[in-house]
Design a protein around this ligand. Structure first.
Ligand code: 2RA
Length: 344
């Protein structure tokens, strides 16, 4: 027996990956619906061999499904997720709208699976930001050995994190630059082709100078892993289509050496270590596109603090950073028998 599933935001980068991953992991699906805004009604998306036609978000009867995977942006989630949850199905939401709501669990199954039990209050479970998902999967096995005090992270985020139009902007500017000169940026504040931009998402108006993306990294790490970890993040957009990299400096409370860390990471669920200390002996975004795990490379001592390690983390932002994590949450609900069963 399978579930009745709806994917809201079916035509987006993450929406399409949700269908792919549900199929790849063989999630038990009886009936599946592609839901989108009015302008995409009738647009076709594929689910394995099947072609689905998008149905209208405004007209769809959500009481007829068990699980809703939502990736339609914060404003759609704000308007719809609670209403959908109240109609019966559990909503797994990929936007930032509900992540910090105390009544909504924010889940990375390898890190805080037990927190899922609190989802009934709103019937919503939040999926973390793409960079947080990769980061906390890599940090958790190390935090279990020697508590982490502080991290300094610099991200290298691909344009697919901003959506399909941003991917087109990189593609078009790259082609144009040697002919007529790159066209004016639309999705980004500066040219992204042959450049890097030290801004992801908008600046906060709290006087900190941080961007919203940088704040998400610290708030979400606190909620998922440990509120006591100090997080300093600089988020940078790079001209890469898929795959987010993160350079991470970690300061621990007690001693941990690089061999111990490498061993713990090798054994950790959802992590692959590629760390050969030779030319090319590390993972790059291009190597890991389409892969499920979080890849960790360049594990080494940071001699500038008492107990420090540096590492390089890279993951597919559309998969572990979004759609895969959402489907893993659905699998966790399934394994625990939590879908469709309302406690007495
Ligand atoms: C990005 N925060 O900018 C997005 C993806 N969730 O990459």
């Amino acid at each position: 027996m399978g579930y009745r599933v709806a994917v809201v935001g079916a035509t987006g980068n993450v929406g399409r990956e949700l269908f792919n991953i549900l199929e790849e992991v063989n999630f038990p699906v009886d009936k599946i619906h592609a839901i989108a805004s009015r302008k995409s009604i009738g647009v076709e998306v594929s689910f394995g061999e099947k072609i689905l036609k998008c149905e209208d978000l405004e007209q769809f009867d959500f009481s007829t499904v068990d699980i809703v995977l939502m990736s339609a942006g914060g404003s759609v989630s704000k308007a719809w997720a609670e209403k959908i949850g109240a109609a019966g199905p559990v909503v797994i939401d990929n936007s930032s709208q509900w992540r910090m709501d105390p009544d909504v669990p924010l889940i990375v199954p390898e890190v805080n699976p037990d927190a899922i039990e609190g989802f009934r209050k709103k019937n919503i479970i939040a999926n973390p930001n793409c960079t947080t998902a990769g980061l906390v999967v890599a940090l958790k096995p190390l935090h279990d050995i020697a508590k982490i005090k502080r991290i300094v992270v610099s991200t290298y985020q691909s344009v697919s994190g901003t959506g399909k139009e941003a991917m087109d902007e990189l593609w078009n500017q790259t082609k144009e630059v040697f002919v007529l000169g790159a066209s004016e940026p639309k999705k980004y504040p500066k040219q992204i082709a042959f450049n890097v931009i030290p801004q992801c998402d908008v600046f906060l108006d709290d006087g900190s100078g941080d961007t919203k993306e940088e704040r998400k990294m610290s708030d979400e790490t606190h909620k998922i892993l440990d509120p006591n970890i100090k997080v300093n993040c600089t988020s940078v957009r790079v001209p890469v289509f898929v795959g987010h990299g993160e350079s991470v400096n970690i300061e621990f409370e007690s001693a941990i050496d690089d061999d111990e860390a490498r061993e713990a990471l090798r054994e950790a669920e959802g992590v692959v270590v590629i760390d050969k200390r030779e030319d090319g002996g590390y993972a790059t975004p291009k190597d890991i596109q389409g892969e499920f795990p979080v890849f960790v490379s360049r594990i080494r001592k940071d001699p500038t603090v008492d107990h420090g390690l540096s590492l390089w983390v890279v993951s597919d932002n559309l998969r572990k950073g979004a759609a895969l994590n959402a489907v893993q949450i659905a699998q966790l609900l399934h394994e625990r028998g939590l879908i469709g069963k309302v406690p007495a």
